[in-house]
Design a protein around this ligand. Structure first.
Ligand SMILES: [Zn+2]
Ligand SMILES: [Zn+2]
Length: 772
C-alpha cells in the first residue's frame, strides 16, 4: 500500500491529518576510497558489504586523517561511523602506535559499536569495552593492549582521568578521540561533558599526545560550533548527507475530539497511537512507535495487541525500552530487523545509533521536544525503494497543538543547535578542582573558558586551590569533590520501600519536595505508592505500595529576587529583560484530590525548608496604566506565563520541565506587572537567554497557540500547566491574549536596547505561587 492509502485507512471521523508533507527521494553516487585507505581496510570493509563509501563519509574521514577536529552531522542511517572507523582502522592496519578512545553517551551504544567493529577483520585492531561493569583485570589488559577503547564520558570522568597515571600508555599514544552522538551533550549535561573532554585533552597533551577529535552528530544547526564548545578548539563540519533515501510522507495528526459538558476534550494520544499501530500491523506494515515514557510504551504495545484480538499479527507486537535485560533487547532488535516483529512501541532508547533499519512506518506519540529528535525518529523509516510513512500525533499541550497547526515551524525551520555553557560557574568550579587535582592548572588551561580565572580565584579563597608563583593553581582540598555528570542537583533522594528497604528509584533533590513529601502519592512505572516519610538529611523517601482513591498535588510559594539585570529592551509601556535571579521556593502544603473527578478532599500543611536557586531569567513588564480596564490582571499574567513556558522548547533546546516561571501583578523589584521565566538549573543553562534573543518568535507563537485553541476558558492544550504550584488558578485566557498582543505590538514601535554591568539588589518579601 502507498503512504497515501495507509493514511486514508488510518483517518478517523473527527480527528485526523492537519498537514501532509512529502520528503523527496534522494539518489546517491558512491565516492572512491580516499587514497590513504590501505587495501587491508578496503577488503575488510568489503567483506562486510561496504564496497565503497558515500562522499560525506570519505570527506569527513579525510579531514580527520589529515589532523583536523571534525564533526559529521548527517541523517539517521547515513553511515556516520565509517567517518571515524576509516582513520582508526588505517592506523591499526599499519601497525601504528596510535590508539583511539571511543565515547558513546550510553553503555548500550558502546557495546553495540563494539559488536559492529568485531565484524571487521582488520589485522592489528584490538578493541576493548571499558565501562562501569568491566572487571579490574580486563581494565588492566585494555590499558596495555587495546588500541580501540570503547567507553563513555562517565567512566572517563569518574575513573580514567582520576587514575590517569595508570592509563598513561593509552593517553601517551592517543591519536583519535571519537565522540559519538555528540548532539546529546547539551544543557547542563553538555557543560559537564565539555569540561570532562577538556580535562582529557589536557592530560593527553601532558603525556605528549595531540589527539584529533572526530564527532558524529544527528543533523543539527552549526555542528562545528557545537563541537568547538565541547573541546575548546576549532572544528570542521561535514553536513551534506549523500546517502540514498526513498523519500517519505509525513502526516501531522490531531487526535479526535469529543465534547464533555460543552468543552472539547481530546482523545488520549497514547490510545490513538495504539490504534494506529494495530491498524498498520494488521496490514503487515513494519512500524515503530516512539512513546515518551517507559510506561507509555508498555501501554501502547498492550493496547495495540488487545485491539487485534485473535488476529495472529497480535503476537508480532512488543514494547522496547531501557531497563530490559541486554539479551532481551538484542533479541527484540533482531526480531524487528528480520521482520518477525511487525510493531514495536519504544521510548527514545531506539532513537540513538542502534542499528534498526528496514521499517515501513514510524509513529510519534507527541512531539519529541526537539526538531533534531523529530528528524532522527522520522529517519528510522524507509526501506529499499519504498516511500516511508511517518505520523506525528499531537499531545494535549500548547506546543504540540501549535505545531500541528503551524507545520512551517517543523518543516521550514533549521534544527536546533546543541547549546551548552561550560563557563557556568556551578559546573565549572567542580571540574577546576578535579582538573587541578589531576595536574596543577596553568594560566593557559583557563584561557579558553570565559570567567574561569575568577572561579579559580574564588576556589582559592575557599581554600580548595592555592595559587603558587608562576601562576599555577594547586589542589589543596582534602577530598576530591563529588561531581556527577548527569542530573542537576548535588545529590538525589532515594525512594525505598519502608517494610523491605528495597530501592524503587531516585529523584533529584530539587523535585523531591514537590513529589515525595510525606503523604504524597508517588507514581513510579505505573505503580502507585504512598510516601510515609521524607528524610532530607539522609536523602531518603520511605514509601509503601498503596492505591487510595485520591491523588495529591503540592502547593508552593515562590519568591524571586532580581540580583543583576544584564540587558533590557525598552519599548514604551513594555520592557523585556535578561538577568540573574534568585528563586526561593517552599512547598507549604498539599491537596488531596478525589479520583477521577479531581475534587479537593482537604489540604494538609507541610513543614519543609525553602530551597533556593540562583539562575538566569528572562522577564517582561507592562505598565498597568496602559492596560485600561483589563480584568483579572493576575490571571492574565499567569496564563501568559504558563503558555509561554509551554512554547519555549520551540525556541530553546529544553523541555518544559527544565524551566520555571513566576508571574505577579506587582513585583518588588520591577514595581510593575511582571512575568518571569527562568532556567531550572543553578547558574542557568542558556534557555532564558535564547528566549530573550528570539522573544518575538517566542511570544508570537505563544499568542497563536492560545488564540488557536478551541476551548473557551483554558485547557491543557493552551494555558493550563501540569506543574503549576497553585492548582492552575487564577487563569484568564482572553486576558492573556490581550496582554500578549500589547507586548508584541510594542516591538513594532521604537526599541531602546540597554546593557548593564550590575543592578542593585533589593530585599523585601514578595510571596507568590510559582510554577516549577
Ligand atoms: Zn485551550
Ligand atoms: Zn501556575
Amino acid at each position: 500500500m502507498s503512504a497515501d492509502q495507509l493514511i486514508a485507512a488510518l483517518d478517523s471521523e473527527d480527528g485526523g491529518v492537519r498537514h501532509l508533507r512529502r520528503l523527496p527521494a534522494r539518489a546517491s553516487v558512491r565516492a572512491a576510497w580516499p587514497e590513504w585507505v590501505p587495501d587491508e581496510v578496503r577488503k575488510a570493509l568489503g567483506d562486510t558489504g561496504i564496497t565503497l563509501p558515500w562522499p560525506h563519509q570519505a570527506e569527513a574521514a579525510t579531514h580527520a586523517f589529515e589532523g583536523r577536529d571534525t564533526v559529521i552531522a548527517t541523517g539517521t542511517a547515513s553511515g556516520k561511523s565509517l567517518a571515524y572507523l576509516l582513520p582508526l582502522l588505517t592506523e591499526a592496519a599499519a601497525d601504528g602506535p596510535g590508539r583511539t578512545l571511543y565515547l558513546a553517551p550510553t553503555k548500550a551504544l558502546a557495546a553495540d559499536q563494539a559488536r559492529a567493529v568485531a565484524e571487521f577483520d582488520v589485522p592489528g585492531l584490538i578493541p576493548a569495552i571499558v565501562d562501569g561493569d568491566t572487571p579490574f583485570e580486563h581494565r588492566q589488559w585494555a590499558q596495555r593492549f587495546a588500541n580501540l577503547v570503547l567507553s563513555n564520558p562517565d567512566l572517563l570522568h569518574h575513573s580514567l582521568l582520576p587514575r590517569h597515571r595508570m592509563w598513561r600508555s593509552l593517553l601517551k599514544d592517543l591519536k583519535y578521540v571519537v565522540v559519538d552522538e555528540c548532539h546529546v551533550y547539551r544543557g547542563v549535561f553538555g557543560a559537564h561533558v565539555a569540561l570532562t573532554l577538556r580535562r582529557l585533552l589536557r592530560l593527553a597533551a601532558h603525556y605528549g599526545a595531540s589527539p584529533v577529535v572526530i564527532a558524529a552528530s544527528a543533523t543539527a544547526a552549526d555542528p562545528a560550533a557545537s563541537l568547538s564548545v565541547l573541546t575548546g578548539r576549532p572544528a570542521t563540519a561535514v553536513t551534506v548527507d549523500s546517502s540514498p533515501s526513498p523519500g517519505a510522507t509525513v502526516a501531522l495528526w490531531e487526535p479526535v475530539t469529543y465534547e464533555v459538558e460543552g468543552e472539547p476534550q481530546q482523545a488520549s494520544t497514547l490510545s490513538e497511537t495504539a490504534r494506529m499501530l494495530a491498524q498498520l500491523v494488521r496490514r503487515g506494515v513494519r512500524t515503530l512507535a516512539f512513546v515518551p515514557s517507559r510506561r507509555g510504551a508498555e501501554i501502547v504495545a498492550a493496547e495495540a495487541k488487545s485491539r487485534l484480538g485473535a488476529d495472529p499479527s497480535a503476537g508480532r507486537i512488543a514494547a522496547y525500552r531501557a531497563g530490559y535485560l541486554r539479551e532481551h533487547r538484542r533479541d527484540l532488535e533482531a526480531d524487528l530487523r528480520e521482520g518477525r516483529l511487525l510493531g514495536v512501541a519504544t521510548t527514545n532508547a531506539l532513537e540513538l545509533g542502534i542499528d534498526v533499519t528496514g521499517l515501513d512506518a514510524v509513529l510519534l506519540c507527541g512531539y519529541p521536544g526537539r526538531l533534531a529528535s523529530f528528524w532522527q525518529q522520522i529517519g528510522r523509516a524507509g526501506r529499499g525503494d519504498t516511500e516511508a510513512l511517518a505520523v506525528m500525533l499531537a499531545k494535549d499541550d500548547p506546543l504540540d497543538t501549535f505545531l500541528v497547526h503551524h507545520p512551517e515551524a517543523i518543516f521550514d525551520r533549521p534544527v536546533e543547535a546543541s547549546v551548552c555553557d561550560p563557563s557556568n560557574p556551578y559546573v565549572l568550579a567542580g571540574h577546576l578542582c578535579l582538573a587541578a587535582e589531576e595536574l596543577p592548572l596553568k594560566e593557559s588551561d583557563l584561557a579558553s573558558i570565559p570567567g574561569s580565572r575568577a572561579v579559580a580565584d574564588e576556589l582559592c579563597e575557599q581554600k580548595l586551590l592555592r595559587k603558587r608563583a608562576g601562576g599555577r593553581y594547586y589542589w589543596i582540598g582534602s577530598e576530591r569533590p563529588e561531581v556527577t555528570l548527569r542530573g542537576s542537583g548535588p545529590m538525589g533522594v532515594d525512594i525505598a520501600e519502608t517494610s523491605t528497604g528495597r530501592l524503587i528509584g531516585t529523584i533529584d533533590a530539587a523535585a523531591s519536595h514537590r513529589l515525595v513529601h510525606r503523604g504524597a502519592i508517588y507514581l513510579h512505572q505505573g505503580e502507585s505508592y504512598l510516601v510515609d516519610d521524607l528524610d532530607l538529611e539522609e536523602g531518603l523517601a520511605l514509601v509503601h505500595a498503596a492505591k487510595p482513591p485520591w491523588t495529591t498535588s503540592s502547593q508552593e510559594i515562590t519568591h524571586l529576587e532580581i540580583l543583576a539585570e544584564r540587558e533590557r529592551l525598552e519599548m514604551g509601556d513594555v520592557t523585556l529583560s535578561l538577568g540573574e535571579v534568585e528563586v526561593t521556593s517552599c512547598v507549604i502544603s498539599y491537596q488531596r484530590r478525589r479520583l477521577p473527578s479531581g475534587e479537593v478532599i482537604d489540604t494538609q500543611q507541610l513543614d519543609l525548608p525553602p530551597q533556593t536557586l540562583r539562575t538566569v531569567a528572562v522577564w517582561w513588564t507592562v505598565d498597568p496604566e496602559s492596560l485600561d480596564g483589563l480584568k483579572d490582571l493576575a490571571g492574565s499574567l499567569h496564563a501568559a506565563e504558563h503558555a509561554s513556558i509551554g512554547l519555549l522548547p520551540l525556541i530553546a533546546t529544553c523541555d518544559r520541565w527544565d524551566i520555571g516561571g513566576l508571574s505577579t501583578a506587582a513585583h518588588m523589584d520591577t514595581e510593575l506587572p511582571t512575568v518571569f521565566v527562568y532556567d531550572g538549573h543553578p547558574g542557568g543553562a542558556g534557555f532564558a537567554e535564547q528566549a530573550f534573543r528570539k522573544w518575538t518568535d517566542w511570544l508570537g507563537a505563544t499568542r497563536e497557540a492560545i488564540a488557536g485553541c478551541d476551548c473557551t476558558s483554558g485547557c491543557p492544550s493552551c494555558i493550563q500547566s501540569p506543574k503549576c504550584g497553585n492548582g492552575n488558578e487564577p487563569l484568564s485566557k482572553p486576558g492573556a491574549l490581550t496582554l500578549l498582543k500589547k507586548v508584541l505590538a510594542a516591538a513594532e514601535g521604537p526599541v531602546t536596547a540597554k546593557s548593564f554591568a550590575d543592578k542593585p539588589v533589593k530585599e523585601e518579601d514578595d510571596l507568590w505561587p510559582g510554577d516549577f
